[in-house]
Design a protein around this ligand. Structure first.
Ligand code: HEC
Length: 142
């Protein structure tokens, strides 16, 4: 059996490795998007992300800081239709400190939104999956 041994520079090899890693990460991310996540997984991931990205304004306990930052506990948006909740998180609200968070990936946003809809007494029971976020992105007008 003929075997081809390619001798490559360390640099070229490192590039190749980096590329392989990218390909693997991308396909893992895809698998995560298509997967249906459990509530427990989404809530755990969502809590971590919320605490690190959102709590500076909305506070760890979801009570916000009046009058600048609205409470998410009991919020009409966080307990109302999912589409409206997705919209403000993806697109932000122009002219306010609520910036678009559309650079977070579908899974991250699904987890944060699920968390907001079920934490602090917001017992909507809603689960938002990554594919729902993906669908919401394509509806985005802004
Ligand atoms: C720098 C401060 C800040 C951060 C950080 C922030 N927000 Fe906001 N958020 C706001 C402000 C201000 C509003 C009110 C906008 C308005 O006037 O309608 C708001 C509104 C909201 C609302 C609508 C609440 C309601 O009932 O009106 C949701 C939901 C929300 N933010 C989710 C998030 C999520 C999710 C994150 C993290 C990924 C986040 N926010 C991070 C400042 C912030």
């Amino acid at each position: 059996m003929p075997i081809v041994v390619e001798s490559v520079s360390k640099e070229k090899f490192d590039d190749w490795m980096a590329h392989q890693k990218q390909v693997m990460l991308a396909s893992a991310a895809e698998a995560n998007v298509d997967k249906t996540w459990t509530k427990a997984d989404l809530m755990a991931k969502g809590q971590d992300l919320y605490n690190s990205k959102c709590s500076a304004c909305h506070q760890i306990n979801g009570q916000g800081l009046a009058p600048a930052f609205p409470a998410l506990a009991g919020s009409k948006i966080a307990t109302g239709p999912i589409a409206g909740h997705l919209d403000i998180v993806l697109n932000g609200k122009t002219g306010t400190a609520m910036v678009p968070w559309n650079t977070l990936n579908d899974l991250e946003l699904a987890a944060i939104i699920t968390y907001e809809r079920n934490a602090w007494g917001n017992d909507t029971g809603d689960l938002v999956q990554p594919r729902d976020v993906r669908a919401g992105r394509s509806l985005a007008v802004k």
